[in-house]
Design a protein around this ligand. Structure first.
Ligand code: SF4
Length: 245
């Protein structure tokens, strides 16, 4: 039975993307292979995992890390018993750093028909392929070069080619620093794979000195993207509006 360092487990409404508002159990796994300039996620907490005491209470108790897959499946089941839930969201950090653990939890939660939702930065396609049978929904980021300091379009394209068999949503976070050139390159990468891939343009929630996107700009980018892709939505992060996790 595999184990992993888990940052937190809680029940909330999905605040981003195609499944905005769906009730989920979130399992945030420790560690990330990127260093995005707008990152506001604490993915390094490893000594203890904080576990919500009841679904949506936003109060927590600590469990000593690492947690094994059976323990996590049991904690998830408790939330499912409290609230009818759309899916289990494995998030991070980068959850695919813990692929075997995700697969084990997925197997253990099949007996209460849980669906598996993966929130990934879309840079570990080989790890995804190893566990793709266990995954139902994929929300994958395309990271623009100004965000991560390098060009990841090649690996993102490889990821989309393996993940498009699933219910795939691609999210592009845009900021005041995003250039037209890198935005258009990102759209071309998606279009090269499949023009029907569902794309979300997410205006950044300003943090760490990263600036907001001017309102007119986001609509201009949506128009640009819609000339190449069938389904492009503008959706900001909503959980921060309503002050939930
Ligand atoms: S991939 Fe996600 S968790 Fe990792 S640094 Fe970027 S925003 Fe943060």
């Amino acid at each position: 039975m595999s184990n992993a360092n888990v940052v937190e487990i809680f029940s909330s409404a999905q605040g981003e993307g195609k499944f905005l508002g769906c009730r989920q159990v979130f399992v945030r796994l420790a560690g990330c292979n990127l260093n995005c300039n707008f990152c506001d996620t604490d993915f390094n907490r490893t000594e203890f995992c904080r576990v919500e005491t009841s679904a949506g209470s936003m109060t927590f108790r600590d469990e000593k890390n690492p947690l094994d897959a059976a323990q996590v499946a049991e904690l998830i089941k408790n939330f499912y018993d409290e609230v009818p839930t759309h899916s289990i969201s494995f998030t991070g950090g980068e959850p695919l750093l813990h692929g075997e653990f995700i697969r084990d939890v997925a197997a253990l939660t099949k007996n209460f028909n849980a669906k598996i939702f993966l929130e990934t930065n879309g840079t570990l396609p080989d790890e995804f392929e190893k566990i793709s049978d266990a995954i139902d929904f994929v929300s994958m980021d395309i990271k623009l070069p100004n965000v991560v300091g390098k060009n990841l379009f090649g690996v993102h394209e490889k990821f989309m080619r393996v993940a498009r068999e699933k219910d795939l949503c691609v999210k592009i976070v845009v900021t005041g620093e995003t250039s037209d050139d890198e935005f258009i390159s990102a759209i071309e990468v998606v279009a090269n794979v499949d023009e029907k891939i569902f794309v979300v343009l997410q205006p950044v929630t300003p943090v760490n000195g990263v600036s907001a996107v001017p309102a007119g700009k986001i609509l201009a980018w949506q128009a640009t993207a819609l000339r190449r892709l069938k389904n492009v939505r503008v959706i900001p992060q909503t959980h921060k509006f309503i002050n939930v996790l």
